[in-house]
Design a protein around this ligand. Structure first.
Ligand code: FAD
Length: 657
């Protein structure tokens, strides 16, 4: 009886609190809406350029505004306002008297939902500002064995990237990782200015580490981009997973980003999040409204604007990029208003991402000559590397069932979701703060037993992260959700996503059409190199060993979509074909390498990110990495924007050494 009374009292108390919260919410929501509707000082093509009066095919330097004209002329034009582009444009516009134009296809798209970490990460939600499209057929589609449609097969390979000011940093999972040995590998391959010691100052420059992370050595404290060590709302699988990792031989690592020791082991992730628990994207960090307003005499952010084509001028030293043809992203409005031209007095810098940048280069006649001719594009510069060497961190997951509230699937229940969103709004805490990945595991495949998946990574404690030999080739992301197959109603899901951190395979990006609104044809080339199969096989064994250990420690995991530890090669291949997926880390399609190539293929940009054989044109985004880094790419992309800004300022005498 007493128990019943206590239960009904606490229920009544809970309802009373909920009622109080709801009352606050009604007061609070209009305020939130007011904040999100605050006008951003964005511009449109007609505000920044002059109308194009002739056919686009015939446009030349004569059709651009004159260098001394008052309108339509900029010192630098940045094409693509994404992760790298926002950082770059923000830094370039620091110099008084220098005019910078940032062009972005997507909208500003800033509202309450776009700032909530977990909600903004869900790119499948309605109105999430992204492109989603299927790659060209790959071995995965052919072998999809019964999967298909929405819940697997092709859908798992659907490519995604941000289409919004801030680019993919507005929709990603916010993990902050830098890499170490891969930069040294670049230096050894002859890339001047790209050793770890060269890039490290730019990681520090961009970053403002908050809370406990700021006390760790090796983090920036005065940059514009806010980062935090994540550890706020941990799902119940966290402890069993860390403990299982330690039991199978993976030591706990305090800082996955520390350059001193190879990150072989399990560790908490760092995230790009501000002190109020909001996503901190390249948009909110580098081009917030206040900064753009403060620099309005020299900095324009032009959103919902499509860069269609680069305009070149013939010079004695070769073609020079002098401007761009742009139009409204909305087709109807574009028809009404027509096209516009903008002129760059100094440089055009492409930051369209690993898909957008090679697409715009090819549309403008810079790329493999034979292919461009086939497409009817006039060749400006034959550069075979443009669009080649597309890489991604391909992965495959094993999946388990868990109690519902142990996984993100609990949010499919309205009551649970409302309770947590209230918690987030009122206290900036709870499950909505969580990144989808809360811990990560990195190791070398050579440390994993092919028999039982146990790992000898702890023997390598003390190995330097700066040694290129020590770059991990396997990452395992424990994710409290069913990744490919949804759990049955009332149950939760848990997946180990096993990822090739340094894949050998690569594909390519090529124009599917000369219409810039069409996505280009992308072949991810996954697992086309046999060496990747060997790595994914042992990586999956480590995932199975981890799950086995969690179970034997008493954690309630039930098999949902797994393979036996002793599966033979064919069984593993069939499983990977079913469970394989992209992790959206597209890279290396405008590689930094000599034009004639290095051991991995032809290059597109030099060590200063200048496009080979073209003046006044650089690329700065995820496309420039000579090969994919072993880490998640957003922090390296921000670093590239920061570093490129200094390279440009130095070359124009705006910054002394
Ligand atoms: C779902 C998802 C989750 C991810 N999670 C993580 C993570 O947790 N941690 C991490 O480090 N990385 C993560 N990544 C990867 C990382 O976010 C990207 O690699 C990185 O942000 C890419 O930056 P970028 O500057 O190269 O391109 P983007 O940020 O994609 O920017 C390119 C911009 O250019 C614009 N653009 C392209 N073409 C044109 C044109 N012709 N005219 C005008 N504008 C144009 C696009 O609209 C876009 O806004 C994730 C990616 C995805 C998709």
């Amino acid at each position: 009886m007493a128990e019943q009374r206590a239960a009904s009292t606490s229920y009544a108390l809970f309802l009373a609190m909920l009622w109080r919260w709801l009352n606050w919410i009604w007061l609070y929501l209009p305020f939130v809406r007011f904040l999100s509707d605050a006008p951003y000082p964005e511009q449109r093509p007609e505000d920044v350029g002059l109308p194009l009066k002739i056919r686009e095919e015939d446009v030349s330097v004569q059709d651009l505004p004159g260098e001394e004209d008052a309108e339509g002329v900029w010192d630098y034009i940045v094409g693509g306002g994404g992760t790298s582009g926002c950082a770059l444009a923000s830094r370039l516009s620091e110099t008084p008297g220098i005019r910078v134009l940032l062009l972005e296809r997507g909208p500003v798209g800033d509202n309450f939902l776009s700032r909530v970490p977990l909600i903004s990460t869900n790119f499948a939600r309605a109105n999430s500002p992204n492109y989603r499209w299927l790659p060209q057929s790959s071995m995965l589609d052919q072998g999809s064995e019964g999967k298909g449609g929405k819940k697997g097969g092709k859908a798992d390979m659907a490519m995604v990237s941000g289409k919004v000011l801030g680019g993919t940093s507005r929709i990603n999972s916010m993990l902050y990782t830098r890499g170490a040995g891969e930069w040294e590998a670049m230096a050894r391959a002859g890339r001047k200015g790209w050793s770890f010691n060269d890039v490290y100052p730019y990681f520090l420059k961009s970053e403002r580490a908050l809370g406990p992370m700021s006390l760790r050595p090796g983090h920036g404290l005065t940059g514009l981009w806010q980062t935090r060590a994540y550890g706020h709302y941990l799902l119940p699988s966290y402890n069993p997973c860390v403990s299982a990792a330690q039991s199978v031989g993976l030591p706990f690592i305090k800082d996955l980003n520390a350059p001193q020791r190879a990150p072989y082991g399990v560790g908490d992730v760092d995230v790009s999040m501000d002190d109020k628990g909001r996503r901190c994207s390249a948009y909110s960090a580098f081009v917030p409204a206040e900064l753009v307003l403060e620099r309005k005499d020299r900095f324009a952010v032009c959103t919902e604007t499509l860069a269609r084509k680069i305009v070149f001028q013939d010079t004695d030293q070769g073609p020079r990029a002098v401007g761009l043809v742009i139009e409204d992203e909305d087709e109807e409005r574009a028809k009404e208003k027509g096209r516009f031209v903008v002129r760059a007095r100094r440089e055009v810098i492409l930051c369209g991402g690993a898909i957008g940048s090679p697409q715009l280069l090819q549309l403008s006649g810079v790329g493999p000559a034979e292919f461009l001719k086939e497409k009817g594009v006039k060749v400006v510069k034959d550069l075979p590397g443009v669009g080649e060497h597309l890489q991604d961190h391909f992965g495959a997951s094993v999946q388990y069932l868990t109690p519902l509230t142990h996984s993100f699937h609990a949010l499919e229940h309205a009551f649970y979701a409302i309770r947590h969103i209230l918690h987030y709004i009122l206290f900036g805490a709870g499950i909505f703060l969580a990144p989808i990945v809360q811990i990560s595991i990195f190791t070398k495949s050579s440390t994993i037993s092919p028999v039982d998946g146990r790992c000898t990574a702890s023997k390598l404690i003390g190995e330097s992260a700066l040694n290129p030999e020590n770059v991990p080739d396997v990452e395992i992301m424990p994710i409290p959700a069913g990744l490919s197959v949804p759990p049955p109603p009332g149950q939760g899901g848990f997946s180990f996503l096993t990822v090739l951190a340094t894949p050998f395979s690569f594909g390519r990006v090529r124009l599917a059409s000369t219409d810039p609104r069409q996505r280009p044809a992308c072949d991810l080339g996954v697992l086309s190199d046999e060496r990747d199969w060997a790595v994914i096989r042992v990586g999956l064994k480590l995932s199975l060993a981890l799950a086995g250990e969690m179970k034997s420690q008493g954690y309630a995991l039930k098999d949902q979509c797994v393979l036996p530890m002793d599966a033979n090669e064919e069984e593993v291949k069939a499983f990977v074909r079913r469970q394989g997926r992209t992790t959206y880390h597209y890279s290396s399609t405008c590689r930094m390498a000599p034009e004639a190539g290095d051991g991995d293929g032809p290059g597109v940009v030099d060590d200063e990110l200048r496009v080979h054989g073209v003046l006044g044109l650089r690329v700065a985004d995820a496309s420039i990495f000579p090969k994919i880094l072993s880490v998640h790419l957003q922090a390296p992309c921000v670093m590239v924007g920061e570093k490129c800004a200094d390279m440009i300022k130095k070359s124009w005498g705006d910054l002394k050494d």
